[in-house]
Design a protein around this ligand. Structure first.
Ligand SMILES: O=C([O-])CC(=O)C(=O)O
Ligand SMILES: [Mg+2]
Length: 227
């Protein structure tokens, strides 16, 4: 399995615990959700930064093959395109044509703290998209597509190009690239342990002494699982 496949398999809840232990409490892209139920993604971030609309700045960078279009046309296989839209839900930041392009490039998905336009068609592309909502407007209503591949803010989280971004039904979070190996390994161990605990709770055991495990549960866990 690739790192991205393993991140999707372990899920955001387990990853958030391992991040929190290391002091990373503010790595959540808050306020966004999947465009369709069941969408999941993981991969290294490419970034696109939108700045507040201004006629002169829009004239400089808003038209033609602008940074928004450049970002989608150059999205890499397995990458997650993350868009800084300052949390504004009243303007689209991508639509079906750009989603199709990202899909064709093999991108893992898109995360935007703005809205999506052409939203039924975007969902139909099969690309995993996490957004604040849907809105018919083009981005020029509120934004100027300014630059790609810089550190951005998205949903309150800082995103550095190359950070790993993971999204599922619980939400979206960001893992600094240097931490992904240790965070993933620890979250996988914790998830295996929690699955074992969940099986005991499903059998009717109380959580007291079991979650977290006391010494006697630990002994049984180690004996049964070899961990
Ligand atoms: O104009 C936009 O922002 C994007 C759009 O509609 C599309 O990708 O289809
Ligand atoms: Mg469109």
């Amino acid at each position: 399995m690739t790192i991205s496949d393993r991140l999707v398999a372990v899920g955001t809840a387990g990853l958030s615990t391992a991040l929190r232990k290391r002091g990373y409490h503010d790595v959540f892209v808050d306020g966004v959700g999947p465009l369709a139920a069941g969408m999941r993604l993981a991969g290294p971030a490419r970034t696109l930064r939108l700045v507040p609309f201004r006629p002169d700045l829009f004239a400089e960078r808003g038209g033609g093959f602008n940074p928004q279009k450049q970002a989608f046309d150059t999205a890499g296989a397995g990458e997650v395109l993350v868009i800084e839209a300052r949390g504004l839900a009243e303007t689209g930041t991508l639509g079906d044509i750009l989603a199709l392009r990202a899909r064709h490039r093999g991108a893992a998905g898109v995360v935007t703290d703005g809205a999506v336009r052409d939203s039924p068609a975007v969902a139909a592309t099969g690309l995993a998209v996490f957004a604040k909502g849907a809105h018919p407007s083009v981005l020029g209503r509120r934004h100027v597509p300014w630059e790609t591949d810089v550190v951005i803010a998205c949903g309150g989280a800082a995103v550095v190009p190359g950070d790993y971004v993971v999204g599922d039904a619980d939400g979206v979070l960001v893992i600094p690239a240097a931490l992904v190996g240790e965070v993933l390994a620890e979250a996988e161990d914790d998830e295996r342990r929690d699955a074992w605990i969940a099986a005991r709770v499903a059998e009717g055991e109380p959580v007291e002494g079991l979650f977290p495990m006391n010494a006697s549960w630990k002994t049984r866990y180690e004996a049964e699982t070899g961990r």
